[in-house]
Design a protein around this ligand. Sequence first.
Ligand code: ADP
Ligand code: MG
Length: 387
Amino acid sequence: MKYLKQLKNKNLSKEICLLRIDLNIQNEDLRGIKNGLKQAIPFRIKAILPTIKFLIDRGARVVILSHRGRPNPPKLGDYKPQITNYKELTLKPFVGIFSKLLKQKVIFADLNSINTTKIKNSKPGSIFLLENLRFFKGEEENNAAFAEKLAKLGTFYVNDAFAVSHRKNASVAAITKFLPSYAGFQLEKEIENLTAVMKKPKKPLIIVMGGAKISDKIGLIKNFVKKTDAFLTGGGIANTFLAALGMPVGESLYEKNMIPEARKILKEAPKKIFLPIDFVLDKKKILDIGPKTAELYSKKIQSAKTIIWNGPMGKFEDKKFAQGTYKIAKAILQNKKAKIIIGGGETLASLQTKNYKLQINVFLSTGGGAMLEYLSGLKLPGIESLK
Ligand code: ADP
Ligand code: MG
């Protein structure tokens, strides 16, 4: 696999880089940054700025490729269909955001109207942003002709969109057939950090796992059940295990159809799965882990040399049910000896609301689903196609 850093000493002023990044961020999460709040820069944007700067510093013209949401265009070949929720899904808001962050003009372009001469005639270091690629059917179909059409705009390709690398999409997978292709800095860090905890994690390895659906995370659990010393569970994950043990979970969030799987895992590693011993309830619902559980988990976390955390311990969006998640976050971040990997959309959101200072032993993954798949031992199309 080729890495972007290999171009460190190159002059790129004759090159056009097609840079795939992940701008799948909702308008409401962009409000803070639009109002000029530096601390509100979404983590996913912050994470790819070094890659963009590296490219423009070396004179490359950069064409940013991304998608947003699920426009789900009807089968219309290459033609742009009518997009009903266009306002939520257009990438236009990022023009202002990137020009502010990079202190230069960003040119918005549409695949149907952009022309290569315009890119070539722009100044070295110019930045173009292409409209949402999922407005075209070819993107999600990993269509070769669509990928080739994209590829014709540039002279090389960089993938710095780890969060989309589990998708076999044209701008992530098929495009690499047509251009010299590299992994960007964030993608490289993701591979390095996630591989390290998979291959030779320092023990004890503790996995903290909460969130909504055990079905999303079962692959990771299975892949780590032998390697890990403990799973500390919360949220819907814990509820499903509790239900599997025949405990009453009332109307709590859990997955009934996953009970057989949960039973299998409990049977395979009964001593490794830790379940909450007290709860914060609302009517008949378990909505957070209780203080005793948080204390018990925090002690375990202190002893870890490797920690993987995915999924909040409770319904943290509501302050009344956020304490468990905050206590666990604090315990994890206080462990300065451990290598720590944290990922998941809501998990990172729970960290951002508290604005924690992160030490260098902490790696935040930009991938939600992609991280789960990677840690399940699956091969991601976006990474494989760079090889
Ligand atoms: P991540 O995106 O970090 O992987 P998930 O998507 O798996 O996390 O789950 C996050 C969601 O799970 C949050 O919106 C949170 O409110 C919800 N959640 C966690 N625990 C509970 C619970 N006990 N009851 C209801 N919702 C919960
Ligand atoms: Mg989520």
